[in-house]
Design a protein around this ligand. Structure first.
Ligand code: HEC
Ligand code: HEC
Length: 244
């Protein structure tokens, strides 16, 4: 958007037709840049300090409620996902109960919001991220919050946790896109604690990571592909062994 307005304002003396052709050509380019910014923002949302190769803060996040499970775990309670959830619904989603419950609302209310307004939220006293990340990081986070949130209920049945995908198609996608790193059984790399089959116990986390990649790892982000590919892959993952 910013990039687009900028490009459009640099065409003062060109004819209308040329301008139209140019903006047609420029639009996909800025869309492509936006997609990679959103994916990086999604990884920052997951574990920002790993993405920027910083140490996690030592003191707990000021907004994390005392008495809740991760109150003394700064490494966890500074992650956006810890308060707002993998499904982005906070207390109204998967974190409505269980050890990750904080009672904090989701970020879904700011989907589509102006990125400047989102950055202001992240730098306010409640969030206290000012000085912890740079301008590019905040832009990526804001692009993710504004443009990168999925309505996961469309793809995952909340009650059964089943992805609404085709496992047969998903197997072909998985074996060609993922298996070189994760093995056909989803039990690689060796240092990965849970198999991908086991991780389907939290399908929202899996979907977030397939779309945006894994912080500080060589994992691609499938955000640019049709959502159904991700959902088909997840349907296949659910059939893989839960134990190594
Ligand atoms: C320790 C808990 C905590 C963490 C971590 C946290 N937030 Fe929040 N966030 C909150 C609380 C509490 C609110 C509600 C504040 C309010 O209403 O004044 C909020 C509100 C928001 C909102 C506004 C939602 C709305 O509809 O008004 C956005 C957007 C947001 N957070 C994004 C993020 C992002 C991005 C990160 C990570 C960089 C993050 N938050 C990390 C606690 C947290
Ligand atoms: C280039 C290698 C590579 C490719 C390709 C790749 N991944 Fe990954 N992925 C990784 C690495 C490395 C990790 C981090 C593993 C760990 O936690 O030790 C990871 C982590 C994950 C995680 C989160 C695991 C966790 O512990 O939180 C999921 C889910 C995942 N990958 C799914 C996939 C799927 C599905 C595909 C195919 C669409 C895929 N990956 C493609 C390298 C890759």
């Amino acid at each position: 958007m910013n990039a687009r307005t900028h490009h459009r304002s640099t065409k003062p003396r060109m004819g209308l037709l040329l301008a139209a052709v140019l903006s047609f050509m420029l639009a996909p380019l800025s869309a492509a840049e936006l997609e990679s910014s959103i994916a990086r923002g999604g990884q920052l949302y997951d574990k920002w300090y790993a993405v920027i190769d910083a140490d996690a803060p030592k003191a707990s996040h000021p907004a994390y409620p005392a008495g809740k499970k991760y109150a003394k775990k700064a490494k966890s309670n500074w992650r956006c996902k810890e308060c707002h959830g993998w499904d982005y619904y906070g207390k109204d989603g998967a974190y409505a109960s269980g050890k990750h419950n904080t009672g904090i609302k989701g970020i879904n209310g700011m989907a589509g919001a102006d990125t400047v307004a989102i950055i202001n939220v992240l730098q306010d006293k409640t969030h206290a991220y000012a000085g912890k990340m740079d301008a590019a990081d905040f832009t990526d986070l804001a692009n993710f919050v504004s443009r990168g949130q999925e309505n996961m209920d469309q793809y995952i049945d909340r009650a059964s946790k089943k992805p609404r995908g085709n496992a047969v198609k998903g197997e072909a996608y998985f074996n060609t896109l993922c298996a070189q790193c994760h093995g056909k059984n989803g039990d690689q790399p060796k240092d990965m604690k849970k198999t991908l089959g086991k991780q389907m116990g939290n399908p929202w986390e899996v979907m977030h990571k397939i779309l945006n990649g894994q912080p500080a790892e060589q994992m691609p982000a499938l955000r640019v592909l049709d959502r159904q590919i991700t959902v088909d892959i997840m349907a296949h993952l659910a059939t893989l062994p839960k134990k190594k």
